[in-house]
Design a protein around this ligand. Structure first.
Ligand code: PLP
Length: 474
């Protein structure tokens, strides 16, 4: 494809994207296709001859769009906000168009230096001290794994240079709450600690945040038995209910054992952009690593996950490689992000943040986040005021966890079934998509507000739909 052919095709595709985005509110929110439906419609021999863009666009309309849950819809309240702001989409297009190779500083100085710039911008916008240094990963799962690898190496004084964990004299223990995201145990296992050495600490029954008395006891018991407490992962904004572990206390307890503290704020980290939300993160300056995803609530298109650490020297010692063909005369003066994580080749992710922040401006992003917080408070107040409904977890940010308790039903299993059934009735309408979840043994329904397009009338419509769906025969 020549640049001129690309120009024509790209105009056509961008027009299609704009039309698609404009039409999202009229589409069913949850993808309703059956397993295999998409593949069956796209099936065929590998293309030998060039096809027309128009044919691909037809498939986008007929097959791909129905095969996507519309996370950009105003009726999307499932999992977590997965915003893909159009400002950042432009940045993504620029990243692809540039085709930069991010393997070393020399291969594309702009890839490195823009990443340094935007991670500093976000550090400042989040009110974090300049002792943090950031980099951009694909996901919070990777960021957590990177943190666990560094935590392991700190606890073992760089065992990777000797016999690794296999030669360590005593097991290393990692702690997280029972409400930690599944990526947390995954990172702990992949970093080689072993499931037997992961302690899932119970949570407070009301706040659903880590019970730090239990943490203190378990860490002390492990230390007394000759095991080594190596790391604690604090969840700031759990996936289930957006609970915040008491970070200040966790940092104090971890310090008694010299344990690393990683903060997983994948969804809720966006709240740091709002000064009034920062008390939720009290203690953050005592942590060792901190990850959050602009690709969730803040709305920089996936994949864009920030990882901040303090001890860059240690990070680099754990991850650096220096083969002859990657050396250059600038080494020593520049940042080599290949030495800050797992991959060598890195995408130009910073440019998505750069476009998003410059074209939208931080004030507009803060305004939207505050709007979502107000929507959640409004919805929680309606629920609290309605007989038969309960808000079943503190509404710390934009997630409202709810249960409907019909008159006369008190069997716990029947109540659990009812939550799943009314949520499914909501989803089957196509007007909204919400997700039930099992939290500490009980089924609840999560209403996760925060899609960029969701306005107050949409939240009002959601509440009406929930009520109709919970009492379909009323
Ligand atoms: N941590 C928390 C609290 C989450 O809610 C999620 C995703 O929902 C993750 C981690 C994983 O995020 P990612 O998809 O970026 O790996």
């Amino acid at each position: 494809m020549t640049p001129e052919e690309f120009r024509a095709a790209a105009h056509e595709l961008v027009d299609w994207i704009a039309d698609y985005r404009a039409a999202i509110p009229g589409r069913p929110v949850r993808s309703e296709v059956a397993p295999g439906w998409v593949r069956a419609r796209l099936e065929g021999d590998p293309p030998e001859a060039a096809e027309r863009l128009a044919d691909l666009i037809e498939d986008l309309d007929d097959v791909v769009v129905p095969g996507i849950t519309q996370t950009q819809s105003p009726g999307y309240y499932a999992w977590f906000p997965a915003n893909a702001s159009l400002e950042s989409v432009l940045g993504d297009i620029a990243a692809s168009g540039l085709g930069a190779l991010g393997i070393t500083w020399q291969s594309a100085p702009a890839v490195t230096e823009m990443e340094e710039l935007v991670t500093d911008w976000l550090r400042e916008l989040c009110g974090l001290s300049d002792s943090w240094v950031g980099s951009i990963h694909d996901t919070a799962s990777t960021a957590c794994l990177v943190s666990m690898l560094v935590a392991r190496e700190r606890a073992t004084d760089l065992s990777e240079d000797r016999g690794g964990l296999q030669a360590e004299p005593a097991p290393l223990i990692v702690y997280a709450s029972t409400q930690a995201h599944s990526s947390v145990p995954k990172a702990v296992l992949l970093a080689g600690f072993g499931r037997d050495n992961l302690r899932l600490i119970p949570v407070d029954p009301v706040t659903l945040a880590m019970d730090t008395d239990q943490l203190r006891e378990e860490m002390a018991a492990d230390a007394a038995a000759g095991r080594r407490p190596a790391a604690v992962i604090a969840s700031m904004g759990t996936t289930g209910t957006t609970a915040f572990d008491p970070l200040e206390r966790i940092v104090e307890i971890a310090a008694e054992h010299g344990a690393w503290v990683h903060v997983d704020a994948a969804m809720a980290g966006s709240a740091l952009l709002l000064p009034e939300c920062r008390p939720l993160f009290a203690g953050i300056e005592g942590a060792d690593s901190f990850g959050w995803n602009p690709h969730k609530w803040m709305g920089t298109i996936l994949d864009c996950s920030l990882l901040y650490v303090r001890d860059v020297e240690l990070l680099v010692r754990v991850f650096s490689t220096n083969p002859s063909y990657l050396r250059s005369s600038s080494d020593g003066e520049v940042t080599q992000f290949k030495d800050w994580g797992i991959p060598l080749g890195r995408r130009f992710r910073a440019i998505k943040l750069w476009f998003h922040l410059r074209l939208a401006g931080a004030e507009a992003i803060r305004h939207r986040l505050r709007r979502d917080l107000a929507h959640a408070q409004w919805l929680a107040a309606q629920i609290e005021a309605t007989v038969g409904w309960e808000v079943c977890a503190p509404v710390t940010l934009q997630t409202v966890c709810v249960r409907h308790v019909p008159d006369g039903v008190d069997d716990p299993e029947a109540l659990d079934r009812h939550q799943q059934e009314w949520a499914e009735r909501v989803n089957a309408t196509g007007r909204a998509f919400i997700t039930p979840a099992l939290v500490e043994g009980r089924w609840i329904v999560r209403l996760s507000i925060g899609a960029e397009a969701t306005q107050r009338p949409d939240v009002e419509a959601l509440w009406a739909l929930c009520q109709e769906s919970a009492l379909p025969d009323a």
